[in-house]
Write a protein that binds this ligand. Structure first.
Ligand code: XUL
Ligand code: CO
Length: 436
């Protein structure tokens, strides 16, 4: 039984190919800057958008044609969907996938029943992973869809809901471990507030710190060594989300003694919702050794919400890869397409076009970033720009050998600072274009 009968294995055909069901740039075994493309890019398919997305938006009904769906959220449907997912991922040649507990299996009428259903689906996921060699990049728990989480999960005002969330994350870590998951993500969609009049922010954040320590202790106790990752997002669905951006997450991590325990999974559309570029968030996380993985997507310039489109902009993927190559890759993390086809692209084959486009865009970003790094002009310009710090007064300041009084004496003697050099922004933009 095939769910995508019109699609065979997607192969690399090179940049002259006009076959829309072939890679034009992503060639998994091709070596770029010392590693294969597959090693650099570590692509992952997300279960939620790709296999559970219906095309609904706040204004309209589902649009997606998914002939295999029977219109239910039954256990049988969940099991059948595993076949769909693995056929898709195998044909695409994606080495990894990610899921929320509730994407892969429906909830039962009690936590006990829900866990039993999850175990049943996980057994099938495990068999399919073994059959295909596809691995779990990360697992996570959906603690935002069920109405019980309306006030949050780890940051709820309802202690019972905190306990439920703890039980759910305990189980999600167990199944991630069972499936050999390499990372575990915490995205706190409802961990935040809508109104400060009714919110004890200090208490909520203390609870989140407690929750993370409990999660870490439990993971260690069962031998799960996968990397924990926070996924920053400033808002949506909550008005203010505590994991606002990389800086807010890192502050929380340090304030709660979670350094080394939690790194970051940076998502493009979340970065832009926070008023940052993706490159800013990546560079900020990377410079603090906290860039663990990325959710690759993009927003829309004219829509203000999290549209989670597939990334096709070569400048964006080049900027991502410049930072990722700067830290020698993302492993054990990867490039997860937390992206959905738009509701007008409703045919199953559109899922292939979307992923092929995203993978090709990242492959191009990788090759362009490699060229920029190999030419070395960009790095040279940055080195030159800071050369006043390499000797003389700059070197003394960096070495901690100059006090305010020393600096005053230096400048009184000199009378005026050395002239500034041009920032060369236009030249730098041209330099990037030279390598496209
Ligand atoms: C929501 C989002 C999530 C996380 C996992 O904006 O990005 O799907 O990636 O919970
Ligand atoms: Co995401």
């Amino acid at each position: 039984m095939s769910y995508f009968p019109e699609v065979s294995k997607i192969e690399y055909e090179g940049s002259d190919s006009r076959n829309p069901l072939a890679f034009h740039h992503y060639n998994p075994s091709e070596i770029v800057a010392g590693k294969t493309m597959e090693e650099w890019l570590r692509f992952s398919v997300c279960y939620w958008h790709t296999f559970r997305g219906t095309g609904t938006d706040p204004f309209g009904a589902p649009t997606m044609q998914r002939p295999w769906e029977d219109g239910t959220n039954s256990v049988d449907m969940a099991l059948k969907r595993v076949d769909v997912a693995f056929e898709f991922m195998e044909k695409l040649g994606a080495p990894f996938y990610c899921f929320h507990d509730r994407d892969v299996a429906p909830e039962g009428s009690s936590l006990r029943e829900t866990n039993a259903i999850l175990d049943k689906v996980v057994a099938k996921l495990k068999a399919e992973q073994e059959r295909t060699g596809i691995k779990l990049l990360w697992g996570t728990a959906n603690m935002f869809s069920n109405p019980r989480f309306m006030h949050g999960a780890a940051t709820t005002c309802n202690a019972d809901v905190f306990a439920y969330a703890a039980a759910q994350v305990k189980k999600a870590i167990e199944v991630t471990h069972e499936l050999g998951g390499i990372n575990y993500v915490f995205w706190g969609g409802r961990e935040g507030y809508h109104n400060l009049y009714n919110t004890d922010m200090k208490r909520e954040l203390d609870h989140l710190g407690r929750f993370m320590h409990l999660a870490h202790e439990y993971a260690e106790s069962i031998g799960f060594t996968g990397q924990f990752l926070f996924e920053p997002k400033p808002k949506e669905p909550t008005k203010h989300q505590y994991d606002f951006d990389a800086a807010a997450c890192l502050n929380f991590i340090r304030a709660n003694g979670l350094e080394g325990v939690v790194k970051l999974n940076i998502e493009t559309n979340h970065a832009t919702l926070a008023g940052h570029t993706m490159m800013h968030e990546l560079a900020y996380a990377s410079m603090q050794d906290a860039l663990g993985s990325i959710d690759a997507n993009t927003g829309d310039l004219l829509l203000g919400w999290d549209t989670d489109q597939f990334p096709t902009d070569i400048y964006l993927t080049t900027q991502c890869m410049l930072v990722i190559m700067g830290q020698d890759g993302l492993a054990p993390g990867g490039v997860n397409f937390d992206a959905k086809v738009r509701r007008e692209s409703f045919e199953p084959v559109d899922l292939f076009y979307a992923h092929i486009g995203g993978m090709d865009a990242f492959a191009r970003g990788l090759k362009i970033a490699a060229k920029i790094r190999e030419e070395g002009r960009l790095a040279q310009i940055v080195t030159d720009r800071y050369s006043s710090w390499d000797s003389g007064i700059g070197a003394k300041i960096e070495a901690g050998e100059a006090s305010f009084a020393d600096l005053e004496a230096y400048m009184l003697e000199k009378g005026e600072a050395a002239p500034n050099q041009s920032g060369r922004q236009e030249l730098l933009e041209n330099l990037i274009n030279d390598c496209l």
